[in-house]
Ligand binder design. Sequence first.
Ligand code: 5GP
Length: 206
Amino acid sequence: MTQERGLLLVLSGPSGVGKGTVCAALRPRMTDLVYSVSATTRKPRTGEVEGVNYFFKAQQEFKRMIERDELLEWAEYVGNFYGTPREFVDKTLASGRDVFLEIEVQGALQVKEKYPEGIFIFLAPPDLNELRCRITGRGTETEESIRHRMQVAKAEIDLMDHYNYVVVNDEVEKACERIQAIVMAEHLKKERQIAKYRELIKEVNI
Ligand code: 5GP
């Protein structure tokens, strides 16, 4: 039987929404997923291990990776570069295993361009009231600052439109359950099931 490609799962969302925490909580729950290790020019934090948390690169090395087209996507985030090594993702998907990326939004949009068939999950802040408070502040903000906050919030919401799913991160455990449900449902889609049944029928057809 032909090997079915794995799913490319991309978890992204606004900064500070808790992508890293949700991803860390998913790892022991979803052990069948292959978690891509990014390259970064950021310095390792205490306890971080080369090749496990990140591939830590000098700026020059990172630029060489870009030039050689070794990155599926990359972005500059708070003064550091982050990128997803392409070959690992391609090989893992081709082997039939699902790959999970946890990346910021500029990178997610680049992946969407290259892999429109990927599953894009937007991790959203807990509730709309909080969003309203963030926008209007404590009532002491100037009109201009409120307008600026509204623009930022609108841009974030417009971004959602590029994704397939929105998962609210109200509680990490619940967010994980929702992501597990998405992955399960994606695997059960008719499009992923029917080819193997058709092949089986062909094989037994006399
Ligand atoms: P941190 O420095 O806290 O580990 O990560 C900072 C941000 O970089 C997080 O929002 C994380 O999702 C994002 N990030 C990590 N790896 C990648 C990557 O390979 N590509 C992109 N675009 N963002 C990444």
